[in-house]
Design a protein around this ligand. Structure first.
Ligand code: GLU
Length: 467
């Protein structure tokens, strides 16, 4: 599939779901359309004094809720079609997990490894300036976040630039995924991967669904191959491994690692930090052709890199029983249909990778409320639990140690609250789309689209269309 057809792919999935619903065509067309998209070009003065023209985009797919929300990616694959497709996926993803944002996405067409730190800083700050001047960023307008090829550092430059231009009360809420010291929230970095883990855990806990694909319930002993060892891929398999799954393969763009006995994820991460690559990690076999690893035998395949990885071409050879989409758009519709026909379970991106934006929502709420979660009630909760335990000790004439008392009565801090909100979100949304799947006798992707179309469609219906 050509990359320029990504938005069409998203819309094909939308249309398939819309066929189950009774909305007028005009309304469906409005939901599908990308409301605004801006192509920016600006000059970068490189360290050697030469000047390069940088191309960047921001697409705001739907304004049915404000602000719009979605990451900014740095990749050579970025183009207008890609940001529109990814912005649309953000709209549907937010709706599926009840995060009250419209969808957006931005991208800068660069290979970040070709630029120095200070060049990346100049690109990011200038792009932010462009976004401000075109009103494509702001805590109540459009709030970017990290995506492929960006992270905390870029978000720090964005918030700093934004605040320099608009030092208003809620300015920190102009972007999420920031370092904690600059208004970020604990738990955001790992949120997408953690959400992927919660989603898979929920799926494999369902007895009937597992029986349908010939698997036992639970994660213990399940074999996993992950594609992409970036923020999403790494955190997804880290939590899966902690829960007892066996990570047998890691696929990176420059090669893969394979060990049927399992690969120690923390050791690979440490190796990567020391050597800048995972491929020289000694505890696994190196596989020269990484893409072919998607076709190896495993229970769960987690594509957590880029779009269009599972297509009509390779889908017939993919053997995994569960495809858990950590990336956005990793499976084309043709690829999806082949996998589904074989009877495997696809846990779709527009649900499964929503953990990132869910915790972004919590970060944005924190920025608007100017208070850390847990700050007002943690001690109160702790004291209440302590009083209760002390009363029980008197009543039962039994004593517990001071250490135990502290452990049992501990109040929730920011990280605990974020994690609990994320877990609840992923569990609730899974069951919601799984019910819709059964009701309409369809697959989870179509069910997630049905859920999103109903929620967005309801808003359009109720607010009417401005004349
Ligand atoms: N880039 C992430 C995504 O695709 C996170 C977006 C956000 O937090 O706004 O979901």
């Amino acid at each position: 599939m050509a990359e320029t057809h990504f938005f069409e792919q998203v819309n094909k999935n939308f249309d398939r779901a819309a066929a189950f619903l009774k909305y007028p065509k005009g309304l469906l067309d409005q939901i599908k359309a990308c409301n605004t998209v801006c192509h920016f070009t600006f000059p970068l003065k490189k360290d050697d004094g030469t000047i390069e023209t940088i191309h960047a985009w921001r697409a705001e797919h739907s304004h049915h809720k404000l602000p719009t929300k979605g990451g900014i990616r740095y990749s050579l694959m970025v183009n207008e079609d890609e940001v529109k497709a990814l912005a649309a996926l953000m709209t549907y993803k937010c709706a599926v997990v009840d995060v009250p944002f419209g969808g957006a996405k931005g991208g800068v067409k660069i290979d970040r490894s070709k630029y120095s730190e200070s060049e990346l800083e100049r690109i990011t700050r200038r792009f932010t300036f462009e976004l401000v001047s075109k009103r494509f960023i702001g805590p109540d307008i459009d709030v970017p976040a990290p995506d492929y090829g960006t992270g905390e550092q870029e978000m720090a430059w964005i918030v700093d630039t934004y605040k320099a231009i608009d030092p208003s009360l809620n300015a920190e809420g102009c972007v999420t995924g920031k370092p904690v010291g600059l208004g970020g929230i604990r738990g955001r970095t790992e949120a997408t991967g953690r959400g992927v883990y919660f989603g898979i855990r929920e799926a494999v806990s369902n007895k009937d669904d597992m029986k349908d694909i010939g698997l036992e319930t639970g994660l213990e002993g399940k074999t996993v191959i992950v594609q992409g060892f970036g923020n999403v891929g790494y955190h997804s398999v880290k939590y899966l491994q902690e829960a007892g799954a066996v990570i047998i393969g890691i696929i990176e763009y420059n090669g893969g690692l394979y060990n049927e006995k399992g690969i120690d994820i923390e050791a690979v991460d440490k190796h990567r930090k020391e050597h800048n690559t995972i491929i020289t990690y000694p505890g696994a076999k190196v596989i020269e052709n990484p893409k072919a690893m998607l076709e190896m035998e495993c229970d769960i395949l987690v594509p957590a890199a880029l779009e269009s990885q599972i297509t009509a071409e390779n889908a017939p050879r993919i053997k995994a029983k569960i495809i858990a989409e950590g990336a956005n758009g990793p499976t084309t519709q043709e690829g999806h249909d082949i996998i589904k026909k074989r009877g495997a379970l696809i846990i779709p991106d527009n649900y499964l990778n929503a953990g990132g934006v869910t915790v972004s929502y919590f970060e944005w709420l924190k920025n608007l409320s100017h208070v850390r979660f847990g700050r007002m009630d943690r001690r109160f909760e702790e004291n209440a639990a302590r009083r209760m335990l002390e009363a029980m000790m008197v009543l039962t004439d039994r004593r517990i140690t001071e250490d135990e008392l502290n452990r049992i009565s501990a109040g929730a801090d920011e990280r605990d609250i974020v994690d609990s909100g994320l877990e609840d979100t992923m569990i609730t949304a899974y069951n919601e789309i799984n019910e819709l799947r059964k009701f309409h006798d369809t697959d989870l992707r179509t069910a997630a689209f049905i859920s999103a179309i109903k929620k967005v469609g309801h808003i359009y219906e109720r607010m009417g269309i401005f004349p």
